[in-house]
Design a protein around this ligand. Structure first.
Ligand code: PLP
Ligand code: SF4
Length: 344
């Protein structure tokens, strides 16, 4: 394969550009619907549905939605729905046991050799199915004055060879803050890999600018970027350009998706997403069975259905483009593989 050529010329040069774009994002359901030519009645929008977890979405992501379609798969990921007020058995506020795995506030460890640093509570987009939608970022994030103790714990534990920056989304941190955290980790000799879990390159491709690429490309540690895209239409041209540039600058770029009813629960969506990711130099990694967070039961897909989708993807794609179907089981020593059974 000819290596993907970074299209640096198409990338914005000004470090402030992405922050302006982030600030310009929609925060009002009415504003978002008006931009799409929809009304609250079209979408069954409930007043006050977003009080606890407000709407947030960058304009560039909205531009990829189909105007006039209340079932648009990108819109459904961000628009507060009346169903969020429903309770469902087994759907809870901390579905994956985050708070049982706290090493220091903001530093979570569930698996051997790697720990996850909640670098910030902020995100560029608010995904309605987010398993951390109720997470107590106020006390349990490295942004809340707990960075020093987290870094001390990592420095004192040579078994931690990989640190995952997550959140929230680490790429909404301003450059100087991101660089301070990553440089501190890069200075610890036993840390061999720094992983960034981020949806920002997908929803705010302006963030992948020259400064970020230069910074991430010049570290001792190996960088692994794990993006989060759920539907092929999320991969617009500027996103693909940014992902190729990221891959060229850093190393492996992987994708995790969440399986969501009415959004990507079809063979075509899963298959086309894998194809689109590969075009952008990104390898499919995980397809997550959704974590059972309160307010998101309407997005859940049954395990048998999920296995059928993976079986269909295996029939259509080379093996390396099929994501691993997993669920996070609290207390398990790794993500739990669900496997697949035949398509018929
Ligand atoms: C999911 C997760 C990881 C990463 O697991 P991988 O299988 O290595 O991708 C690490 N730490 C925590 C706390 C996690 O939830
Ligand atoms: S970007 Fe990730 S952490 Fe942020 S709301 Fe979406 S799923 Fe949750």
């Amino acid at each position: 394969m000819r290596p993907a050529r970074p299209q640096v010329n198409s990338l914005p040069a000004s470090p402030q550009h992405w922050q302006a774009e982030l600030a310009r994002g929609f925060r009002e359901p009415g504003q978002l619907l008006a931009a799409l030519g929809l009304t609250a009645a079209d979408c069954g929008l409930a007043p006050g549905a977003a009080a606890a977890f407000p709407l947030r979405v960058p304009r560039g992501f909205v531009a990829r939605m189909r105007p006039g379609d209340p079932r648009d798969p990108l819109l459904l990921q961000v628009l507060p729905a009346p169903d969020e007020a429903l309770t469902a058995p087994g759907f809870v506020s901390d579905p994956v046991g985050d708070l049982d795995s706290v090493r220091t506030p903001g530093l979570l460890q569930k698996y051997s050799g790697r720990a996850l640093l909640v670098a910030t509570g902020a995100c560029a987009v608010h995904c309605r199915y987010c398993f951390r939608r109720d997470y107590p970022y106020g006390e349990h994030s490295a942004a809340a004055g707990h960075l020093e103790s987290a870094l001390e714990a990592i420095a004192g534990d040579p078994s931690l060879e990989e640190i995952i920056l997550s959140g929230g989304d680490p790429l909404v941190l301003a450059d100087h803050r991101l660089e301070a955290v990553v440089n501190a980790l890069d200075d610890l000799p036993h840390v061999r890999r720094i992983r960034l879990h981020t949806r920002v390159p997908v929803v705010l491709p302006e963030r992948v600018d020259a400064r970020l690429l230069r910074f991430l490309g010049n570290l001792r540690t190996r960088i692994v970027v794990v993006i989060h895209a759920n539907h092929p239409r999320e991969l617009a041209d500027p996103v693909v350009a940014g992902l190729r540039a990221l891959g060229a600058a850093t190393g492996p770029v992987l994708n995790q998706s969440v399986l969501l009813r009415g959004i990507n629960d079809s063979p075509e969506a899963i298959i086309d997403l894998s194809r689109g990711l590969f075009e952008a130099g990104v390898m499919p990694y995980y397809l997550h069975q959704m974590d059972r967070v309160s307010g998101a039961a309407h997005f859940a897909v049954a395990d048998e259905e999920a296995r059928r989708l993976i079986a269909a993807a295996m029939e259509a794609l080379p093996g390396y483009l099929v994501p691993r179907l997993v669920r996070e089981v609290p207390g398990a020593p790794s993500k739990t593989l669900l496997g697949s059974f035949g398509a018929t």
